[in-house]
Design a protein around this ligand. Structure first.
Ligand SMILES: [Mg+2]
Length: 263
């Protein structure tokens, strides 16, 4: 199948944001032209992020500031996907929630009920307001054997000033203290977040493609789920990394705009 034919099946592009659509606070050249082409050809997109320290509304406002039309400002965070999973799989149950104020508000608005003292399950997000008291409570609840869910697996979060420790570091800390790892991790490259995209879009996986700049999260998501994966070289992956990685994308482009002639 040639490139145009492979892309002809795609009704919705699942788009990573940083390194794919923008870099920090700067749009990657041609990203808005890519969206214009989606509109012209009757396609949609859904922005996916593993970052569960910020709400979907935060990203929607950022995309709006960058000139993204309203119809394309669809965002799904691993926090939202995890909250919806918990609400449907633990109905009426209460969570011990490790999350910052923003994410706690988003998850409770989605129906997650919280009881930090006597929970039925444990849910952890990227808590940028972490302290020793919370970590002790978390380890107590995990050690007691409650179901244990994490929003995503990333060890570090890139920022303008370098890496900051992400939820993967918290997971490792809990493992060292309790011997347990999460029973379920929702975000990329796991299937939980993709299953949520199927639910919100009403599409089949054959009608979607995962686009991103990271091999071990974005591209692995597509590979693990049997979905077309598209690597863009506008972020962290170098030609050498792509050549050496065992994780191989279905298609590779320099940046999103380079896909336009094939849509
Ligand atoms: Mg990225």
């Amino acid at each position: 199948m040639d490139i145009r034919e492979q892309l002809s099946f795609v009704r919705c592009f699942l788009l990573d944001m940083d390194g794919t659509f923008y870099l920090g606070n700067r749009l990657i050249e041609g990203s808005l032209d890519f969206l214009a082409k989606l509109r012209e050809t009757g396609r949609q997109c859904l922005f996916l992020t593993n970052n569960s320290s910020k709400s979907a509304a935060f990203y929607q406002e950022k995309l709006e500031r960058m000139g993204v039309p309203k119809e394309f400002r669809n965002v799904l965070t691993s926090g939202q996907a995890a909250a919806r999973y918990a609400v449907s799989h633990f109905p009426g149950k209460k969570a011990f929630l490790l999350a910052n104020e923003i994410e706690t508000a988003e998850m409770t608005a989605l129906g997650v009920q919280v009881d930090q003292e006597h929970p039925d399950y444990v849910m952890i997000a990227f808590d940028t307001e972490l302290d020793y008291r919370k970590m002790t409570m978390l380890c107590d609840h995990v050690r007691s054997g409650l179901p244990y869910i994490a929003t995503h697996p990333d060890f570090n979060c890139p920022t303008e000033t370098g890496f900051i420790p992400d939820i993967g570091a918290t997971i490792a800390y809990v493992k060292a203290s309790t011997g347990r790892e999460p029973d379920l991790v929702i975000g990329k490259p796991n299937s939980g977040i993709v299953e949520e995209t199927l639910r919100v879009t009403g599409l089949k996986k054959e009608e979607m493609a995962m686009v991103g700049d990271r091999l071990y999260t974005d591209i692995a998501t597509g590979v693990n789920f049997g979905m077309l994966s598209i690597l863009v070289m506008s972020g962290e992956t170098t030609a050498q990394m792509a050549a050496e990685s065992p994780i191989k994308p279905g298609l590779t482009f320099g940046r999103l705009a380079d896909m336009i002639p094939y849509l």
